[in-house]
Design a protein around this ligand. Structure first.
Ligand code: FAD
Length: 852
């Protein structure tokens, strides 16, 4: 039997160009041929003992004619989603599996579950999966899922990595996840077979563990069936029937199979690497790619029993305990794409390409030297789906109502399955997930990118290769750049802005929508938490809420006067008209949210996307008025052009919409400019601004300036699981009026019961970098964690925003906030902090009014 060291030697001695795929494997294991499927010992434990002859002559049960929900795919995600739907009381949900449960990717998973990740939401999702597999399922079904709690150990081979682990440890404290930073000597005592000579330290999480795919899926479906759900195997879905309702909205009507159809208003696509094919059946774009992903299983290793699983991030390798052996796997820089995803592939594996896999062996042997002399028992190389940002694809597809995605799990679909299954079920039943799932929501991707094959492929490749990289703040991907460019792209330069004179920001990527029509006013009243139905010429900062009072978006809404002719700046409309400006990265999310509400409420109005027709140039700072007065043909005095108003003006001869607003806390205007006029208007602004010290500025400057002023960033300190009352944005809610709006009832209830948590600004005098996820201490207890942090250059301090709770469970009053003694813990070190009820910079809001 080949050993790992032999694999390394074979790979090293074979000239790269002369080796063919599979040669390494054949040389090492003696197996022949580059077969698409290969045998491994696990097959027998997961497949029917009688083998493939029992497969697919017909469905394992008769198909019902109707179902509330049909889940497609019986892997980790399908089974978890079915189980959670059943738990939420959805009667008669049906799961259709083409072959047998787990036969896609799930059956050969490594099944590792690590509780700590650099995201608070993911920590919660993982905790739920762990709860389900280690406790709930066994209690409900009496079946052991195969969960093994052997602990997890992250290896730090450099200081930055250890810093990252210390940050995780601090976040873990906010969620009750026990973890310890260990020295090399302590690590050696815990894991005697490990080489610790080159370590800086490790992070040990004793309650991490390993999931068993067959045991988990069996228990999930058993528990779901006990609550009335149905699992039908050997039943490939062949089509999705779509109907168009009276309002022109496309909706799911039925699922078709070779054995009949099921009428249903709701389908969940949990088809793993086949999810794109299932999406195509419904005209839905599913931006994922299929790649080979692999580990090898060693022979017995004396002394390895009961050791924790290991992730050596810097070597991009993991070592999973498998009885008295190890599984060794990792993420390669040059993964193999599965170009032609076959729909005949069930319980299948690929031959391992040792050319690609060899890069893990050196790291594995370095970490556990006994591996050098340990044989390889088998190789496991299977298909898995990967996405452009290494995050799953979930939620309702923008193209089709009732069509949900639960796919694209980037080799984390076992450990995220429980949390995501629960959120997906909630999404289906209540129209929204319970947690902030924006990072996973399919609507985070602009519709121009979801079928851009090159962009999807290149970004997914980079994300795969960087999976174990240190997550540095503000890290930007390199792949797939410039596939969508803005009107100022040609001449834009990046530099830092300052609060001195003025800065110009190119914000052309903002989403720019018109909401117009006979019911537009009714729709605006319902959609927006603030009163936006003020006279034409007004601009209002508002939130959009979900029915739980959570914040789906913050945006500005400008009331329009009807225009005589349609143009990019004013569409022709009957009834009322509003112009909406929303953050660029969340434009698709906003579009989908508004469209869904309009459809659900049957409002007679149109939502028009003008994002690609208009640029947005924003000039901010004390000198902005003097600069723009030279460029615009309008009086910019406070009296003639007050804050929070807009109007059509000419800029360097071009008609533009000028809006007096600020997102950085300065006197300033946004110019919404038809695309062809963007470059001349920008040049005129720069020409007028040079003598006033105008500088170009970028998004990082916005981050710092806006946190200093206390302006919220959606999806950072303001999310769908935060209400505007908790976030200190009560002023955006028309609660004093009698006008009903989406989320109002939830806000009223929250106000009556008292706030259970509250967003608080902290300043930290010590100059330590903070980026979010640090633990917040109050009077010696952890009361929350930081959502967003940055350095404020005018206040010369680090600023951090986080939601705090009262550990006694009481509501969080302003007195509670004021009376505490605070510290913010970063990487295990607590830094004294001061809580603020108002923004520490310009608390009286003078600068936006032009008072300097
Ligand atoms: C080598 C390897 C190691 C891994 N290690 C880990 C790990 O340690 N921890 C972790 O969390 N994750 C890990 N993963 C990832 C994890 O296993 C996957 O993310 C997860 O199993 C995917 O589950 P799924 O339900 O999305 O897809 P699948 O398991 O592929 O399920 C999709 C199902 O849909 C069915 N289907 C497809 N088309 C149709 C159709 N038309 N009609 C009906 N049914 C259809 C398929 O037959 C299949 O059963 C690993 C993956 C690999 C490859």
């Amino acid at each position: 039997m080949a050993s790992l060291s032999r694999a390394l030697r074979v790979a090293a001695t074979c000239p790269r160009r002369s080796r063919t795929r599979g040669l390494g494997l054949r040389a090492l294991t003696g197996q022949a041929g580059p077969a698409a499927e290969k045998s491994v010992p696990y097959r027998r434990t997961l497949k029917d003992p009688q083998g493939p002859s029992t497969v697919a002559r017909g469905p394992s049960q008769p198909l019902p004619s109707t179902a509330h929900v049909v889940v497609i795919g019986g892997g980790s995600l399908g089974c978890q989603t079915l189980y959670h739907l059943a738990k939420l009381g959805v009667s008669g949900a049906v799961l259709l599996e083409r072959e047998r449960l787990t036969s896609g990717t799930t059956w050969h998973t490594a099944g590792l579950l690590w509780q700590l990740r650099p995201s608070d939401v993911e920590v919660e999702l993982l905790a739920h999966t762990r709860r389900v597999v280690s406790h709930d399922l066994e209690e409900e079904t009496g079946l052991h899922t195969g969960w093994i709690q052997n602990g997890g150990l992250f290896i730090a081979s450099n200081r930055q990595r250890l810093d990252e682990y210390k940050r995780l440890m601090s976040l873990g404290k906010a969620y009750g996840v026990e973890s310890h930073v260990l020295s090399p000597a302590e690590t050696k005592a815990l894991y005697p077979l490990m080489n610790v000579d080159d370590l800086y330290g490790t992070l040990y999480v004793p309650h991490d563990g390993t999931m068993d795919p067959a045991g988990t899926c069996t228990a999930l479906t058993r528990a779901a069936a006990a609550r009335g759900a149905q699992v039908i195997e050997n039943c490939p879905v062949t089509g999705i029937r779509v109907r168009t309702d009276d309002f022109g909205v496309r909706r799911v009507a039925a699922v078709e199979t070779e054995h009949g159809s099921i009428q249903t208003p709701c389908v969940v696509n949990c088809a793993g690497v086949w999810a794109s094919a299932v999406g195509r059946m419904a005209g839905v774009k599913v931006p994922l790619v299929a790649m080979h992903h692999a580990y090898v299983v060693t022979e017995r290793i004396e002394g390895i029993q009961n050791m924790p699983n290991v992730r050596d991030h810097d070597a991009s390798v993991y070592l999973r305990l498998q009885g008295d052996a190890l599984s060794v796997g990792g993420y390669e820089t040059n993964p193999i794409f599965w170009e032609e995803v076959s729909d005949k592939f069930a319980f299948g594996l690929f031959d391992l390409d040792w050319d690609v896999f060899t890069q893990h062996i050196e790291g594995a042997i370095n970490r556990v030297p006994v591996l050098e002399k340990t044989g390889v028992k088998s190789t496991v190389c299977g298909p898995e789906s990967f996405t452009p940002d290494h995050k799953p694809l979930m939620g309702e597809a923008p193209e089709l109502r009732g069509f949900f995605l639960g796919c694209g799990f980037n080799s984390a679909g076992m450990m995220l399955g429980g949390g995501c299954g629960q959120e997906l079920a909630h999404w289906i039943v209540h129209g929204r997930p319970e947690k902030d799932m924006y990072s996973y929501d399919i609507r985070r991707f602009h519709h121009l990118l979801t079928d851009h094959r090159r962009w999807i492929r290149e970004r997914s490749h980079e994300s795969y290769a960087k999976n174990y990289s240190v997550v540095f703040p503000h890290d930007e991907p390199l792949a797939g750049r410039n596939m969508r460019t803005d009107p100022l792209h040609e001449i834009k330069k990046e530099c830092l802005a300052c609060r001195g004179a003025a800065a110009v920001f190119n914000m052309s990527y903002f989403g720019k929508f018109y909401l117009v029509g006979l019911d537009a006013r009714k729709a605006a009243d319902w959609l927006f938490s603030a009163d936006v139905s003020r006279p034409p010429g007004s601009t209002v900062y508002t939130c959009m809420l979900n029915h739980r009072g959570g914040t789906e978006s913050d945006l500005t809404v400008s009331r329009l006067a009807p225009g005589p002719q349609a143009s990019a700046l004013t569409p022709a409309f009957e009834g009322d008209g509003y112009y909406l400006a929303v953050g660029g990265a969340v434009a698709q999310h906003n579009w989908s949210h508004i469209s869904t509400v309009l459809q659900d409420q049957k409002f007679r109005c149109q939502l028009i996307d003008s994002s690609e027709d208009l640029g947005l140039i924003s000039i901010q700072g004390p000198a902005s008025r003097a600069i723009l007065q030279e460029v615009l043909d309008a009086d910019l005095s406070n009296e003639a052009f007050p804050f929070s108003t807009h109007r059509l003006v000419r800029a360097a001869g071009h008609l533009v919409r000028a809006m007096r607003l600020s997102f950085v806390g300065e006197l300033g205007w946004e110019l919404h400019v038809p695309k062809p006029a963007c470059v001349p208007v920008y040049r005129a602004v720069m020409a007028a601004g040079t003598k006033h010290g105008l500088v170009n500025a970028g998004y990082r400057a916005i981050d710092s300036l806006s946190i200093e002023k206390g302006y919220r960033h959606w999806h950072a300190d303001l999310r769908p699981d935060d209400s505007p009352l908790e976030a200190g944005l009560a002023f955006t809610c028309k609660l004093k009026s009698a006008v009903p709006f989406l989320g109002r009832e939830a806000l009223e209830k929250q106000r009556a019961e008292g706030l259970r948590r509250r967003l608080v600004c902290f300043t930290v005098d010590e100059k330590v970098p903070m980026f979010g996820l640090e633990a917040i201490w109050r009077n010696g207890q952890v009361v929350g964690h930081v959502r967003r942090a940055d350095f404020g250059f005018a206040v010369d301090k680090t600023l951090a925003y986080g939601y705090i709770r009262d550990p006694s469970g009481q509501s969080v009053s302003l007195d509670f906030v004021k009376s505490g003694d605070y510290a913010v813990e970063r990487m295990g070190v607590a830094h004294p902090a001061r809580a603020h009820l108002k923004s520490p910079f310009d608390p009286d809001n003078k600068r936006v009014k032009g008072i300097y």
